[in-house]
Design a protein around this ligand. Structure first.
Ligand SMILES: [Ca+2]
Length: 108
């Protein structure tokens, strides 16, 4: 059975988490440096908006996601970051839909 596009995307996200988690230290968790690299390499659109390239942004995001304060993000904690990513891309999707609708109906 072939994966659906959504299943494929979910596997890609999980693979991406493990690929970066394996770079140093505990292979099941992300350090701050690993999270920084994961975001910079894989979600440039997210990082380009709202000054997220500032070092403090990823540090704050890491701190907020690290619920047990062990200075590492396990996969469950990473879901907090993923939630932020999905919300951001959903917003961009809605903006694009709106822009397309306005262009089709000559609303500019
Ligand atoms: Ca943690």
């Amino acid at each position: 059975m072939t994966d659906t596009p959504v299943e494929e995307s979910l596997f890609q996200i999980i693979h991406c988490f493990h690929q970066y988690a394996a770079r140093q230290g505990d292979v099941e968790t992300l350090s701050l440096q690993e999270l920084q690299a994961l975001l910079t390499d894989n979600v440039p659109r997210f990082m380009d908006s709202l000054g997220r390239k500032e070092p403090y942004y990823v540090t704050e995001l890491f701190r907020a996601a690290d619920k047990n304060k062990d200075n590492q993000l396990c996969f469950d904690e990473f879901l907090y970051v993923l939630g932020k990513l999905v919300k951001d891309y959903h917003l961009q999707y809605r903006r694009q839909l709106c822009a397309r609708h306005c262009a089709q109906h000559s609303l500019y």
